[in-house]
Design a protein around this ligand. Structure first.
Ligand code: PMP
Length: 403
């Protein structure tokens, strides 16, 4: 339009350097990255990507991944992915509201809701986008989000994006949650927590949090990323185990990428919540729908869990063994947190384990608070007694011991 052209001209004028001609070469706008990198290196915080080969060293024992039940390579799960890709194609072709919803997505939503015990579920492209979409659709300016100090980065980011008032409460401190809600001044309030904390492996006091939230008319939002598939009968999650799964004032978020072995996320709750998210959750509306292969894999994983409910108890038992080996606190699920302290000895212990054929996670700031760098061990349902004997020897040699 002529009006548009006028605007273009005025923009061009204001950005032209005085006197016309080419702008003088500026200093490299990314030069600061080198200084920043030196600081991170000095603090022991440089990170390296270590791409896995297609055929891993046969002897490598994986205590670093989140494939808690070994479903990522389960034939029924891989075949579920392959069949879905053959039927529907490699991508979902669009956002869920345009062309990206298939009947397979709806099948997965019903299966997930049934497994976790909620009336309805809505699938997102990841657990991260599920948390972002859920919290930003439920809270805004004038609202209060009470968030545990150790909540995952996706929850932290969701709180910030929501533009609600955020009260960060000390880890697991229900009295502080009560005090934050009791202070008032909010229109609506949400209490948000992980059910099993991703770095520490401990459990949230869900029953007490729910009672506190309910007493104030607040919604309880629980990230079951590390609870699904591991906690509760058949891995139905911590909310099911606490008898809270179908409460009208409880919402769950999950990832399909840990115990279920694939990729994707979901929000679970009442039907009205699902409808609200379909209309308003930005990471649902503006993100391409989850690829059919990921949907098929998750459906396959839920089928395996239904047929082998004992997998959840098996991984919890292995986690308890890993904790006993290392002096770590008793874990609530599959995650065992061996706090070392400074980043350098944590990195050295992880390297010593890897050199001896055992892969362990190493978490440093900013993933965990300063002074709490740690080895993060993840148990797997498919660890054998022979694996455990190797791990015992390797941990002794590498001096893997909670401080
Ligand atoms: N919440 C928690 C507690 C997590 O640990 C993770 C994964 N690191 C996520 C959410 C994000 O899930 P996803 O990897 O599927 O995006």
């Amino acid at each position: 339009t002529p009006a548009g052209r006028e605007t273009d001209v005025s923009v061009a004028k204001t950005t032209s350097p005085p006197g016309g001609g080419r702008p003088a070469p500026a200093a490299d706008p990314l030069a600061w990255l080198a200084d920043n990198e030196r600081d991170r290196r000095a603090a022991g915080l440089r990170r390296a990507l270590r791409p896995r080969a297609a055929h891993p060293t046969p002897a490598l024992i994986d205590l670093a991944g989140n494939d808690y039940l070994g479903l990522g390579r389960h034939p029924a799960v891989v075949e579920g992915a392959a069949r879905a890709a053959r039927t529907w194609g490699a991508g979902s072709t669009g956002s869920r509201l345009v062309t990206g919803s298939t009947t397979l997505h709806e099948e997965l939503e019903q299966a997930l809701a049934g497994h976790v015990g909620f009336p309805a579920a809505l699938v997102f492209s990841s657990g991260y986008t599920a948390n972002l979409g859920c919290l930003t659709a439920l809270a805004g300016p004038g609202d209060l989000i009470v968030s545990d100090a150790l909540n995952h980065a996706s929850i932290v980011d969701a709180c910030r994006l929501s533009r609600a008032t955020v009260a960060i409460t000390p880890h697991g401190d229900v009295d502080a949650v009560h005090a934050a809600l009791a202070a008032g001044g909010w229109r609506r309030a949400l209490v948000v927590t992980e059910s099993v904390f991703s770095a520490d492996g401990d459990a949230a006091p869900l029953a007490r949090l729910h009672a506190t939230a309910r007493a104030h008319g607040a919604l309880l939002v629980v990230d079951e990323a590390h609870g699904l598939g591991v906690v509760g009968p058949g891995g139905r999650g911590a909310l099911w185990a606490a008898g809270l799964a179908s409460e009208p004032d409880v919402v769950a978020t999950v990832t399909l990428s840990k115990a279920l072995g694939g990729l994707g996320g979901a929000v679970l709750g009442p039907v009205a919540l699902r409808d609200h998210l379909v209309d308003t959750a930005r990471t649902f509306i503006f993100d391409t729908g989850l690829a059919p292969a990921n949907v098929g894999a998750a459906l396959g994983a839920l089928t395996v869990l239904r047929e082998q409910p004992e997998l959840a108890a098996a991984v919890r038992a292995r986690a308890a063994q890993l904790a006993a080996l290392t002096g770590a606190p008793a874990p609530a699920a599959a995650v065992v947190s061996v706090v070392i302290g400074d980043p350098e000895p944590a990195v050295a212990a992880a390297a010593a384990c890897l050199a001896r054929g055992v892969a362990v996670g190493c978490f440093r700031p900013p993933t965990v608070p300063a002074g709490t760098s740690r080895l993060r061990l993840t148990a797997r349902a498919d660890l054998t007694d022979a694996d455990l004997r190797v791990v015992t020897e390797v941990f002794a040699a590498a001096q893997v011991r909670a401080r």
